[in-house]
Design a protein around this ligand. Structure first.
Ligand SMILES: [Zn+2]
Length: 384
């Protein structure tokens, strides 16, 4: 069985290399917009949706002849643009078939077009030590902080909002690497708005400092931005600062989630989590949009990482319905109503006093183990 893994390295191009990469990016965006224009015209005039082959032909026999300067860009990168356009229109078509009324794929401004892709790793783009050799651009300094997982097949060069360059390699793995799993037993995890995660064994991950600090800093900058003229240098300065902050936050958060998810997968043999989509719905009644979206994206990233790492190390993951897990008493099942501000679960029926989130985590654990027991009872052995 094979699977894909991506690994991203930071690039440190010289000024000349950065200019070359910038103009390759700009060229690809030009092709993208031209192809979108052609496809939109075709759709608007005769209702036809072009496929990848039509777009490729238009690019090869019209665009490249009209714009000989495109020959400076690697043909793989240009043909991958046709793939992106074809994909956007295929998606558009399937949304129409599904009865929705989608918008036609849009033209991209330069801020919204951030990458170009070499579809074949090897001759024209390859990593040599800590240099990335890119055809017609040169050997770009590259920080290889970890090695490939598998065999690289393609490479995407991208520029972040703040002007940093990255190379993302898509790798194919044939054999599954196994992480050693100590496996302490099953655990239930409650994803929270107060603590990032609470565990049925009493462990708590408190990541709120990271979220809160970023949120308040962002609010401060946004407030200042709203006070000045949107076209002024000052406003642009704040905008730049905001994107730096956001990038820094995202990097830190992903890094944190990588560490946490590895730790979790190594520590337990069965991991019981909440169904995130339902959880988000519940959270939407209780919190402000900004804070909620920060949490929701952190939850999604953490759960996604746990899922794939668990699969690689043969650890089982079970998803349960999160409804009422914070209200029900984990010892006696009594329904103890409490709003989000109440941090301690204290049960009038059995006297249990316990952190609210840990109580929820124990309920999640019990629910998951119940599901596992009932599915094995029915003779369904897919988990074992
Ligand atoms: Zn109780």
């Amino acid at each position: 069985m094979s699977r894909f893994r991506c690994v991203r390295y930071r690039l440190y191009p010289t000024r000349k290399q950065a200019n070359l990469m910038g103009s390759a990016l700009e060229g690809c965006r030009f092709v993208y917009n031209k192809e979108v224009e052609m496809c939109r015209n075709a759709y608007e005039t005769c209702g036809r949706i072009f496929d990848r082959k039509d777009i490729d032909e238009y690019c090869e026999y019209v665009l490249k002849l009209e714009h000989p300067e495109l020959s400076r860009i690697h043909p793989d990168c240009i043909s991958e643009v046709s793939h992106r356009v074809g994909y956007a229109f295929r998606k558009f078509e399937s949304e129409i078939r599904g009865g929705q009324s989608p918008q036609l794929p849009a033209f991209r401004r330069s801020e919204r077009y951030a990458s170009f892709t070499f579809t074949k790793y090897g001759r024209d783009i390859r990593l040599i030590g800590n240099r990335l050799r890119i055809s017609s651009i040169g050997d770009v300094k590259c920080v290889v902080h970890r090695s490939f997982e598998g065999r690289p097949i393609s490479c995407t060069i991208s520029r972040s909002q703040t002007g940093k360059w990255f190379a993302t390699f898509s790798c194919i793995q044939n054999e599954m690497p196994r992480m050693p799993s100590a496996g302490k037993g099953p655990v239930g995890i409650d994803l929270g708005l107060y603590n990032l995660a609470a565990f049925s064994d009493g462990t708590v991950y408190d990541n709120t400092k990271l979220f809160d600090r970023t949120a308040s800093e962002m609010a401060k900058i946004q407030r200042k931005m709203s006070e000045c003229d949107p076209d002024s240098d000052e406003s642009r300065k704040y905008k730049r600062r905001l994107s730096h902050l956001l990038e820094h936050y995202n990097n830190k958060m992903r890094d944190e989630m990588h560490k946490r998810s590895t730790e979790i997968v190594r520590s337990y043999s069965i991991i019981i989590l909440e169904d995130i989509s339902v959880k988000e719905l519940i959270a939407s009644y209780h919190t402000s949009a900004g804070r909620r979206s920060q949490y929701a994206s952190a939850w999604k990233i953490l759960v996604g990482m746990i899922e794939y790492k668990a699969e690689e190390s043969g650890v089982q993951v079970i998803f349960v319905d999160p409804r009422n897990t914070s209200q029900i008493c984990s010892r006696c099942g009594f329904y103890v109503r409490k709003n989000l501000g109440v941090r301690v679960h204290s049960c009038p029926a059995c006297g249990l006093q316990i952190d609210r989130d840990i109580n929820a985590a124990i309920n999640i654990l019990n629910r998951g183990l119940g599901m596992q027991a009932s599915s094995s009872g029915k003779g369904n052995s897919q988990f074992f």
